[in-house]
Design a protein. Structure first.
Length: 261
């Protein structure tokens, strides 16, 4: 940088580009390294393995922003916490395995109680219902039910313009609170499409009602490629496509320094 700055005294100055493009081809990096530090606060270009990406660090060396070096413009964008006790926490990112969706933050799903949250009906009744915009790739829903005579619960879903399907169904034993968790990829939905969700139940004895309470309902990022949702109708899927990551930035938040920049 000192050598480049010295060229500002040339005529014409050689430390400025007034017109035209700057291209680094056939490999290489552009990096800004603070004095007496081993890390770059900004680096863009080639990483080991032939991938390309971008890293911006804060002055303490922690990540601020990363764009992972992935081929075919599939780089995952991540914004990192600046908390000193949790510098490896990712605050905002797109989904690693489902490029249509937001990875973090995890956002709540719209589910609301009905008059049949507690019911003596012996046929399916709606306990909780909602239509929610799709942000994350996977739905996480937890409910707990009580039926003195036993009963049954199911979660049904429908993508915008699609058909209703049963995501999960289970038995509630007699006389005990029974919690159940449903993890379901939001198949056939694009970002911000509407998705209908219904929690339904019935009792085995009309004189002994069943009650179902919602504990939590939110969307989350995928944990593996197998959880990537099916593509919306008429669109290509992402299953089986490559998803390489940089050595400098792994999914578990590893921020090891040295040898990567």
């Amino acid at each position: 940088m000192k050598e480049l700055a010295g060229r500002s005294q040339s005529r014409p100055p050689l430390d400025q580009i007034r017109d035209g493009d700057v291209r680094i081809t056939e490999g290489g990096q552009l990096a800004v390294v603070p004095p007496k530090e081993e890390f770059a606060t900004f680096v863009v270009g080639e990483w080991p393995g032939g991938s390309y990406g971008l890293v911006a660090r804060r002055m303490d060396g922690s990540y601020a922003l990363t764009v992972e070096g992935e081929r075919a413009d599939r780089g995952t964008v991540r914004m990192w916490s600046r908390a000193t006790d949790a510098p490896d926490r990712i605050l905002v990112m797109d989904d690693t395995h489902s490029p249509r969706h937001l990875g973090r933050p995890w956002l709540p799903l719209q589910l609301h109680p009905t008059a049949n949250q507690s019911t003596g009906a012996t046929g399916w009744q709606h306990a909780w219902v909602g239509i929610t915009p799709v942000h994350n790739a996977v739905a996480h829903i937890e409910v707990t039910s009580y039926a003195e005579a036993g009963g049954r619960v199911r979660v049904r879903m429908r993508a915008e313009g699609g058909a209703v399907f049963t995501a999960d169904e289970w038995e509630v034993p007699e006389g005990e609170w029974t919690a159940h968790t449903v993890e379901q990829p939001l198949d056939r939905a694009g970002f911000l499409d509407d998705y209908a969700i219904q929690v339904e139940h019935y009792t085995h004895n009309a004189r002994r009602p069943i009650e179902t309470r919602l504990l939590t309902a939110y969307g989350r990022n995928t944990y593996s490629a197998e959880e990537a949702p099916e593509a919306p109708a008429g669109q290509d899927g992402d299953a089986g496509r490559p998803d390489p990551t940089l050595p400098v930035e792994t999914f578990n938040g590893d921020q090891a320094k040295g040898g990567t920049e």
